[in-house]
Write a protein of this length. Sequence first.
Length: 297
Amino acid sequence: MKKLSVCTIAVAACFFANTSYASTPLISWSLKDAPSSGVNELHFPMTFSLTPDASGLYFAYYTTLTGGSRPYTGFQPKPPRVSGKHTYQSVFSSFNSAAKTEDGNCVYGADGGDGVSCSTQFEAEPGRFYSNRLTVSLKDNDIYYYSGDVYDDSTNQKIAHIGSFTIPLSAGAGLFKTKDGGFIEAYIPAGCTQKVSATYGEVTGYLDGNKYSGNPVKGSVPETGNCVNAVFSASSIPDSTDVKVTDPQPKPTYSTIINKYKGDSGNDNRCLRVFNNNNSAEMGGCNGQGSDYTSMR
């Protein structure tokens, strides 16, 4: 199984559920040699070797449909129960305003907007792989039925039902596309104080009984704007990729501005400053310490 390891540690500033996913660590997944017409089943495996003491982090995958709608699924580690057992929450949701559900595990609404959100919690053993397994089938009259269940991958046994909903073809339904992305999000402030180690397993797809293996999951991290910072690298474990999410490098402190440059108006509008703790400098506005500066290394 190809894997992507994730070690998540809190950092400085948080972005939550209603923020752009572009400001969180991102992942991408794809299937090998799968038909461009899509697949009717996807498996998203994950394991956590270290889980947080409080809620707040969401390890998610997008699952774009061939009709254009984009459901998502993933795992949210939860606080250990009184018994000491670790708990995960599996999520399967859609932002599509035409999505309908009669499932007791689902409610209308997704992140404060239209759609359907489904979830279930289950006791889990750290280091053990569990997978959210999604299926799609044509119900009737161009209505597509989507269902999600969580499985213990070591036994291939179903643990719990996540939820289900329908989307009409006219509103973007269809089969699952064979590649997409995902994100690691701190969706409430508590997520910025958690420490989590996780491993993304190899995504697999199925169509008419044929299995399609996945390529190694890849990841990227924005330079600014989130409280979850990650470094992706090749692993010593065959067919796997590690990512360590750590505290960002501390913001450098600055020396006294060492020179000023007169503008055309004669005002002191450009300044050169250097970092006290490394060998680099920035040029920018004399009153700024941010985006108005240009690094010179």
